[in-house]
Design a protein around this ligand. Sequence first.
Ligand SMILES: [Fe+2]
Ligand SMILES: [Fe+2]
Length: 288
Amino acid sequence: MTTEGLLDHVRLTRVLSDTPLAEVHDRAIRGALTRGSGELPWLEFERARYPEEALVLARDLFCKLAGGEYSAVALFAQITASLALNRAPIDFVAASARVSSDEIRHADYCLQMAALCQGSEVTVEVPRAALETDIPHSLSSAELDFLMLKYAAVGETLAAALLTECRRCASDRLLRALFTSIVADEVHHARLGWYYAKYRAERWSPEERFALSERVSEFVVGIEHEFSRGRDAPAHASDAARALGVLDSSTQRQVISDVMNSEIVPALDAIGLSGSLAWAQRRRVDAA
Ligand SMILES: [Fe+2]
Ligand SMILES: [Fe+2]
């Protein structure tokens, strides 16, 4: 995997080194070194079974996911360093360190899947800002708490819910295996976020809790809008798009609404961060 700089973006393509580490990476990708997901049936994918419109949407989905997963590598590297430098309990540091290695594997899966959908290698442009880290300058514990809540607790819970729905829709054997493998990891990432939040919540002063609650509310009010647009296929390709795990807008909105109401908002309330209040004040999307 290499990145080549542009001004505001990093171009991501799937390139391996010619050192023995490429083989170690390959074993990790094949499932030999990871949580019981086993090898993915890459060779079973038959591009010709799907109409071009569905393949284009699936390619777009996996390019977008690849960029997000790749950015998460850098984000969790920063979170891990900050946990260590803020002397967090060692199990949190260890769990966070594992997240980065999961995310680079997810990025690789998504690049490979995007290439299969396109029929050739893909290049993904990742916003540079999403990749920049400043590890020598440790995050303050308040900043660390915010990042953990936004990206690990809420972000990974949203990701797990969306990818679980992708898996439920997908009938293609490779896609089902791929989503199953990624979701299994995202659930652990979300758990890290919520356990960390619970641990910290018992230690926040009223002022710290209030400041964090304000910052969390700022992004919670925008979640409905942020995820309101899925990938809507033309009618003749919509079954094929679902078979590839592509979510249309109305399905995606329903997933977000369900997971916010049943999991995220109650969890934020439980640690005193006024999730209900923020969600009630969200920017709403009119039903299409
Ligand atoms: Fe991931
Ligand atoms: Fe994740």
